[in-house]
Design a binder for this molecule. Structure first.
Ligand SMILES: Cc1ncc(COP(=O)(O)O)c(C=O)c1O
Length: 384
């Protein structure tokens, strides 16, 4: 039977006939699995990534989620982690060695570049280019081992031609990894475009309810195997069976939630376009001039940003404090609308050096309904 994404999110990877007909997978809340004989135990231990031995290895509840995510990404194998950063660190620690170079493309999530800075201690270097790929060739070094991208980025939502990046990397024998959290595998499947690894913070849309932290890496058996030993078992960023259960529950409604996030976000973008206080809006739905986009993305989620013309800390404070439905906080991708901004009391110049306007405001458009979201934004504009 054909596995549609909706079928994968709901039923795939589960077998109620083995669990008393239970329509939800049991939470195997156990740290270890006991064996009938010592011989059986030693055999299972010899291949720990295939057998239930210890929950800092393979756990049946977590495995259900891993099967679903691998299928959604059209990858061979998935490993889940205790957080998105756990997944990202696992990729870096498993695949890089002293002397290697990492090339970042596009605005990258801050802690990911912080991790790369830390790895300089181990003689692993990195450099970054923006989203314009004309400098890609020149940026690749003889020792570039990994090209790491975000598309869309999560501050200015810039999109990259992923097939072009993957093609160039393959020519040079470089591994490619993407943080695919913005799109989720429902709206973008980077492995089908030639990427080697797709990474997620499951904390965002996939969990979807702002009640769990988790991460995942999906790719070929070979690459995920390497990551299993060094990046997962030895780094130890484990997803608990309880959290896997919550994420499986989140996944069941992901298709329907994303439709609603998208519908609300498009209405909010339309509204923001009417506001003369705004200098620029960032959402991939506005990038109609990029011909690769239609082939690459099936939809748009609800994370967007815009720049106020009056770009200073005090104005941003006034706008944000004028909101009441949008909650002030980090993260994004949950059911609730959120607002955040990179500006602080004394960092306006530093932001400008990074190419970010001090008037930049980021919204995560939740599920409340565009009418009241727009009403709330309108009252904040009145505060200006
Ligand atoms: C784009 C992106 N990638 C990765 C992460 C890290 O995920 P986690 O917070 O689950 O470690 C985040 C968190 O905000 C993020 O925004």
């Amino acid at each position: 039977m054909l596995h549609t994404d909706e079928k994968i999110c709901t039923h795939f990877g589960e077998d109620p006939s083995k669990t008393f007909g239970s329509v939800t997978p049991p939470i195997y809340q156990t740290s270890l699995f006991a064996f009938q004989s010592f011989k059986e135990f030693t055999e299972a231990q010899a291949l720990e990534r295939e057998n239930y031995v210890y929950s800092r290895g393979v756990n049946p509840t977590v495995e259900v989620l891993e099967k679903k995510l691998a299928a959604l990404e059209r990858g061979e194998k998935c490993k889940c982690f205790g957080s998105g950063m756990g997944a990202i660190s696992a990729v870096f620690f498993s695949l890089l060695k002293s002397g290697d170079h990492v090339l970042f493309i596009n605005n990258i999530y801050g802690p990911t570049t912080q991790l790369a800075e830390h790895l300089q201690k181990f003689n692993i270097s990195y450099s970054s280019i923006g989203h314009d790929l004309t400098s890609l060739d020149a940026a690749i070094q003889d020792n570039t081992k990994l090209i790491y991208v975000e598309s869309p980025g999560t501050m200015l939502m810039n999109v990259l031609d992923l097939q072009a990046v993957a093609r160039k990397a393959k020519e040079k024998g470089i591994i490619t990894a993407i943080d695919n959290t913005w799109s989720t595998p429902l709206f973008q499947k980077p492995l089908t475009l030639g990427f080697d690894l797709s990474i997620h913070s499951l904390t965002k849309y996939i969990g979807g309810h702002s009640d769990v932290v988790g991460g995942a890496v999906i790719g070929s058996y070979d690459l995920v195997d390497k990551i299993f030993t060094y990046g997962y078992q030895l780094n130890g960023s484990v997803l608990s069976p309880n959290d896997a259960f919550l994420i499986i529950r989140g996944l069941r409604t992901l298709p329907i939630r994303l439709k609603q996030h998208q519908e609300n976000a498009l209405k909010v973008v339309e509204y923001l376009q009417t506001k003369e206080e705004i200098a620029r809006i960032y959402h991939p739905s506005l990038e109609k001039n990029k011909p690769f986009l239609q082939k690459q993305m099936k939809g748009f989620t609800g994370l967007l940003s815009f720049e106020l013309k009056q770009a200073d800390f005090a104005t941003v404070c006034r706008f944000i404090d004028g909101l009441s439905l949008f909650k002030i906080g980090v993260s994004w991708g949950g059911y609730e609308s959120l607002v955040n901004a990179p500006v602080k009391a004394n960092n306006e110049e530093a932001l400008q050096e990074q190419g970010l306007s001090p008037g930049l405001i980021r919204l995560s458009i939740g599920l409340e309904g565009s009418e009241i979201q727009i009403q709330d934004l309108e009252s904040a504009f009145q505060q200006l």
